[in-house]
Design a protein around this ligand. Sequence first.
Ligand SMILES: [Zn+2]
Length: 585
Amino acid sequence: MDDELRERVRREAETAALFNALKHGSDAQVGAIMGPLMGENPDFRPHGDEIPGVVAPVIEDVNAMDREEKRERLAELAPERVEELDAEDDEDDQVLPDLPHADDYDEIRMRCAPNPNGPWHIGHARMPAVIGTYAEEYDGEFIVRFDDTDPETKRPLLWAYDEILEEIEYLGFEPAEVYRASDRLETYYEHARELIELGGAYTCSCPAGEFSELKNSGEACPHREKDIETVREEFAAMVDGKYDSGEMVLRVKTDIEHKNPALRDWVAFRIIDTPHPREEAEQYRCWPMLDFQSGVDDHLTGVTHIIRGIDLQDSAKRQQFVYDYFDWDYPEVIHWGHVQVDAYDVSMSTSTIRELIDAGDLDGWDDPRAPTLPSVQRRGIRGEAIVDAMVELGTSTSNVDLAMSSVYSNNRDLVDDEAPRQFFVRDGFDDRGSGADDAYAAIEVPVEGGPDSASPPVHPEHEDRGERDIPVADGVLIEEEDLPAVGERVWLKGYGPVRYDGERLAFLDADIDVVREEGVDVVHWVPADDNVEVRLRTMDGDVTGYAEPGFADVDADEVVQFVRVGFARCDRHDADESVAYYAHP
Ligand SMILES: [Zn+2]
């Protein structure tokens, strides 16, 4: 093989390796490159034995580059292939199945029915993500209904109503209608009265345990055959607050011998002594159970399709009895499995997160360690990144896992083009009880013989955004592990090559080829005298360190890429330090 051919093989292999690595987000492999390489270049084939030996070191170099370097290099070698990558990213792969019997309805209406007993954890995003996507696809309506009819055991938090609406907005959806069930008690009472007149409900004062025993053996309690007039009066007394909790309930008359005991004469209303936290509802003591309330509301608000957990299959069967009494058609139902989210130590449960906050183990709902939407939002992750990852999980009845890495990958695609680059040198780590051990130390090294400042681009792919101006003065801070051995060189990113003589970094006359051809490491740095102290809050703990001086001008809420560390959202600039939240690599 002559030199010219060898160079062409290298070039083709590098292009293919860069493209594959960027496309799949993983390391390129010799095996995966060889097939297409030989297929597309027939003149390589006679040299089949030698080619893997030429290709292997090329691939090794490619795999040592970070994503940004790969993109830059691919843009140099084959700009059209970068375009091809971007085009693939834009492809909208719709994975949600069609809604059942969608054609039977004039308008698709779906609801998200949160209990406002806390802000949302990440798993809660699945419902708005999926029904919001369906609403867009079918030009339908997205309804929010707060199922807040349990003032005691699932006590609503007053500020959670607006918080949840903000989270829906963060995810990118705007509900057409918003209801609070606690505003609608009179409507539920009216339907209860109607049901009583239809002979479909009776008041029952059996102690819960006794009723349960009778029910489990398929026997009716003595109250089942009460005349309608008595039931009417006793329900009115329930509404008027004449009973204490546990003294009286209203039951739906179903089938006391139904093969599924959970469906036998279930409770529709009960008395709760604790007042509701909302002023508008604090006078009520007679509260509907969720199955009654949501069943009535789904019909009255014109919901056509309901999505609910596979473990809630009894709900539709219970509500069907009420629908039959009223001669209503039950909406279409999709049951789906649970979603688990990886990457968190804290379990995805509103009550657990609340306990940890109350105990001081988490700083709040938006602590970076909390698996909540306020937390990922504070980290600079866009709602769209979560929605896309949730939609990709589909709606199957099996349990599914949401990998945070796919949320991160979606978000990277969204923020990468906008995020300015910044240097950040890590100096310390506070695990905040996580037990993680990441030791970082910044060291100060004098620099001699080079320019007074560096001017790396704000964004390597957008020259028009200009350059940063970073003074070097007499010295820099670099991370201890980036310090080369005595006599060795490094490339100070955006500045140039230097050699370490044991005390200082002496500027060299060399061009960027030494990085690729001689394996000189590129390291990030900040000026020793002019920098910004930063606390970078991560899921494992707080990384402390120094950002380049320009970080002082980054606005709160802006996302930057700390070179070789990752994307982070600037949270605030305090007097003694700036605070950023880590998003992802
Ligand atoms: Zn009874």
